[in-house]
Structure formats: C-alpha cells, structure tokens
Design a protein around this ligand. Structure first.
Ligand code: PLP
Length: 268
C-alpha cells in the first residue's frame, strides 16, 4: 500500500476537445503528482476551431460536488476556471466558506477569472463578471487574469511593465491576497513577463516566448500547476515559480491538432 497523495479540486467547465478546462486541469494535477477532483460547472461543445456553445450545470449540483469531495476525501488546494453564471459563482462562494476553502481559511484557493476563449467566444454570462469581483476575489489566495481579463475586470489596458503594476494594484483592491498579472498576451515583448504581487512584494517572473500558435488551455494549465504546488505545501511565490516553469515546458511542446489551435502539451 502506498501513501495518499495531496489532493486538488478544480471547479470548472469541460472542453470536449480535451485541450482546456477540466481536462487540462486533471492532467496537470496528475503530471504534478497530485490527486485531482472535479466540480463541473458547464459542458462546452468545442474543438480546435472554437466554442460552439455550452450548457451550465445547475448550481445545486456544483455545490453538491464540492461538498461530496471536501467532506470525504479532503481538499489541499482548490481552483476555479470557467464558472459560466453569476448563480454558480454565488453558490461556489457560499460552499467554499462552508468547507473552509479560501484565503481566510486554511486551504489555498486560486481564481482563474475565465471570461472568454482565445477565439473570443464567451465562457461567462455578462452579468457574472461583477460576481467574480465581489464573491470570488475576496476569498482568493491568488487570482491569475490574462490581459483581456484584466481589462474586463479593472478597465486597465496593460501595454507594458508600468501598466502591469497599475493593474496589479487595481486587482488587489478587490480583496485577493496575491495577484498574478500574466504578460503572455503582450506580443510585442520578446519575453513573457508575469507580475506577482501581494501589495508589498512585486515579483517579476520572466521566461522565453515560444513561437507557436498552439496555446489552447495554457491559462488553465498554469493555474492548475500553481494549485498543485499549493496543494503540496509550497508558498505562493514558490508555487507560481514552479507553475511558470511547468507552463513554459508545456507551451514549448504544444502540438497541432485539428484545423485550428492545438493544445499546450501534457507529454514531456
Ligand atoms: N473551454 C474551457 C472549458 C475553458 O475553461 C477555457 C479556458 O479557461 C477555454 C475553453 C478557453 O481556453 P483557451 O482560451 O486557452 O482556448
């Protein structure tokens, strides 16, 4: 008999193409030696060309999934991805409090504020953005927006290092403990620089920019890799550093699949 591994819970949507969402989260947890558990919020119909549509799961079923795993198996860290509606977000926030997950409890909680796919397809009903700010950010150990999500959440247009810092400050005002403003979409920057801040420390994490169109699921993979590190007991800066190295490798090995955008790679 071997020992029980650390556990991580993803509260997110399914990607039928297997590149992003729950599917990316589970393989990232697996690759990092963590047992992955899921509370599925929505089922998307998608392939490499984009998201054709989605159906959300009833909020009470999302709640029941979180309660089921937390009460029996235990959760060492949790993350959210696609949450689809304000009703699901409100239910998730309430349930996380109940099972003591979040910045004010002992269990780390990462919020990846997924709003749209890289093709521009909506993954969140419009009225739900406010619920992400007010319900999830104050409970988050870390939030991991990309630059499009930063603009939607704060109105700040990040064009360089200075506005990246400004965005971090604006995001922290919503109550998260740490923010990671990802710079991967600053395409004119020859490197990918992410800014991690808790309002006191400001840490720049720089890595190579890989010349590939195949980055589907990249955001989910980074947030899940960070969540894996937190589940294993790393502090936020160390978990983010390890997550950054994990996503770099996954992007370097990304592969074509279908006629559109292929996924970052789990094979290495
Ligand atoms: N589908 C689901 C279920 C997701 O959670 C996400 C991103 O979080 C996407 C699609 C979009 O992924 P990408 O923007 O990497 O294509």
């Amino acid at each position: 008999m071997t020992t029980t591994p650390r556990t991580a819970l993803t509260i997110a949507g399914s990607d039928s193409g297997g590149g992003a969402g729950i599917q990316a989260d589970l393989r990232t947890f697996f690759a990092n030696g963590v047992h992955g558990m899921t509370a599925i919020t929505a089922v998307t119909v998608q392939n490499s060309l984009g998201v054709q549509g989605f159906t959300e799961i009833p909020a009470e079923v999302v709640t029941a999934q979180i309660r089921a795993v937390a009460s029996d198996m235990g959760v060492d860290a949790a993350k959210t991805g696609m949450l689809a509606t304000a009703e699901i977000i409100q239910a998730v926030a309430k349930t996380l409090d109940e099972v003591h997950i979040g910045r004010n409890a002992a269990i780390p909680f990462v919020v990846d504020p997924v709003a749209a796919s890289m093709h521009g397809d909506a993954l969140l009903r419009e009225e739900a953005l406010e619920a992400i700010r007010t319900e999830l950010f104050p409970r988050a150990t870390l939030v991991t927006p990309n630059l499009d999500e930063v603009r939607l959440l704060t109105g700040v247009e990040v064009t360089g290092r200075e506005s990246q810092r400004e965005a971090a400050g604006a995001l922290l005002e919503f109550g998260a403990q740490w923010v990671l403003v990802k710079g991967g979409h600053l395409y004119e920057d020859p490197e990918c620089t992410d800014l991690l801040s808790d309002g006191v420390q400001c840490i720049e994490l720089t890595g190579p920019r890989h010349d590939t169109p195949h980055t589907h699921g990249g955001g989910d993979t980074l947030a899940s890799a960070i969540t894996s590190g937190l589940a294993k007991g790393l502090g936020v800066p160390d978990a983010v550093e390890a997550g950054k190295r994990f996503i770099e490798r996954s992007v370097a090995e990304a592969y074509p699949l279908g006629a559109g955008v292929g996924p970052v790679s789990p094979f290495w």
